[in-house]
Design a protein around this ligand. Structure first.
Ligand code: S3P
Length: 442
């Protein structure tokens, strides 16, 4: 078992009543991180409304303060007075990113093209994650670093105001790496181009454009390509963050699986690079209706979700980037679907907050679910789920929340060793699910 921090909060889930009613889930984590960064890079004051109030984003907000931004609460909003590109200040303490992969990797982009040095640290999960994928291209842009073996944190990164523009051909499908390079490119003279391995979430591009930055798009051998001709100064503006589709995924799957359920999840962001789970669940026979769809910067909708009998499908590898964080909860849905669901091309799952491919598999076997790993594919055969296990969350919020939902639908109770891990992205998750119908005891 992974050592959990003292103050761990074990919970026991033993079934569920039907989930009924209206549900609000927390704001989008990806956009929240980016809003604080863009507001810091802007000149003047930005207002951030409905930012995710969770540990990961707090780590990014604290880092932006350490880099010199003035960030003040104003009711439920945040007022950020930015410094302008090239003006970040040298932090006088270690930037502790806790569990936040996105916060830390994108901030490395900010540092790389500023003449300052920053030290990055995090929790045991973050310190085990590969940073070389970001440090590689940032080094080619002129930054220097010193890291533990294989580019692991804690690490020191020294930026430069004489950064070099580059063309980087990504060998992983990663929005974080793409974003770190684009953010660095803001303060670099010349054209920086990122060629993606496969299309990934485009929040950085859309938000940069929303702040007045000009980007150019193209393709290279059928792969998407984006360029930024630097330097460019993002403008201060107001940001409003919609609900996180990755957080909506948990009540959504719970409602599909628990008989008699009928819920509406409000204001969910429907960016097409984030809706792979909905596409997949619809193919599996899910009763999900997309209601009141509208454009508010991003496409947003309410989702009505009713209990459904699901059937197995094959999920193509090409869909992985649009649902990369949703495989653990999809696997829970697959454990109840008729037939064998095959989820292809999951190599990136091995380097998330935990090795999600292995850990989902191992816990499924303990829970009496037929699961196997074939190369980078996960195969899950649906049926009755026994449960009756204690889940080691490995400091992984999505593991905690996915197995919580498994506990709502299993024959025997499921214990989560530390539900506190959910606080990184979904504060109050257990309480919300309890209010909706989950039977939970601490
Ligand atoms: C994110 C990108 C994805 C995702 C992460 C958030 C982002 O990571 O898993 O939770 O906000 O850019 P990768 O870029 O490593 O795929």
């Amino acid at each position: 078992m992974t050592a959990q921090p003292s103050g761990a909060m074990p919970v026991r889930i033993h079934g569920s009543n039907p989930l009924i009613g209206d549900v609000d889930v927390p704001s989008d984590k990806s956009m929240s991180h980016r809003s604080f960064m863009l507001a810091t890079l802007a000149l003047g004051q930005s207002r951030i409304c409905q930012a995710l109030d969770a540990e990961d984003v707090a780590a990014t907000r604290n880092a932006m303060v350490a880099l010199g931004a003035d960030i003040q609460p104003d009711g439920d909003d945040w007022l950020v007075t930015g410094l302008g590109i090239g003006n970040l200040q040298q932090p006088d303490h270690v930037l502790d990113f806790g569990n936040a992969g996105t916060g830390s990797r994108l901030t490395m982009g900010l540092i790389a093209s500023s003449p300052i040095t920053a030290i990055f640290a995090g929790d045991a999960s973050l310190q085990s994650r590969p940073m070389g994928r970001v440090l590689g291209p940032l080094s080619r842009m002129g930054a220097t670093h010193m890291a533990r073996q294989n580019g692991r944190m804690p690490l020191a990164l020294q930026g430069t105001h004489e950064g070099l523009a580059l063309t980087h051909d990504l060998d992983v499908a990663s929005a974080q790496v793409k974003s770190a390079i684009l953010l660095a490119a803001l303060n670099v003279m010349g054209r920086t181009t990122v060629i993606e391995k496969a299309p990934t979430r485009d929040h950085t591009e859309k938000m940069l454009e929303g702040a007045g930055v000009v980007l150019e798009y193209g393709t290279h051998e059928d792969r998407p390509m984006v360029s930024l001709l630097g330097p460019q100064q993002p403008k201060a503006r107001d940001w409003t963050i919609p609900a996180d589709p990755s957080s909506a995924a948990f009540p959504m799957v719970a409602a599909l699986l628990v008989p008699g359920s009928d819920i509406i999840i409000h204001n969910v962001m429907m960016n097409p690079h984030r809706t792979g789970l909905i596409t997949t669940l619809l193919e599996m026979g899910a009763n999900i209706t997309i209601e009141s769809e509208r454009l508010e910067g991003e496409r947003i909708a309410n989702l009505r979700v009713r209990h459904s009998e699901l059937h197995a499908i094959e999920v193509p590898a090409s869909r992985a980037p649009s649902m990369i964080d949703e495989y653990p909860i999809l696997a829970v849905a697959a454990a109840h679907a008729q037939g064998e669901t095959v989820m292809r091309g999951l190599e990136e799952l091995r380097v998330k907050e935990s090795d999600r491919l292995q850990i989902v598999h191992d816990h499924f076997v303990q829970a009496g679910v037929h699961a196997r790993i074939e190369g980078d594919d996960l195969c899950v055969t649906g049926g009755d789920v026994v449960g009756g296990l204690t889940v080691d969350t490995h400091l992984d919020h999505r593991m905690a929340m996915s197995f919580f939902v498994l506990g709502m639908t299993a024959q025997q109770a499921v214990t989560i060793d530390d539900m506190r891990t959910a606080e990184t992205s979904f504060p109050g998750f257990a309480k919300l699910m309890g209010r909706l119908g989950a039977q939970v005891s601490t």
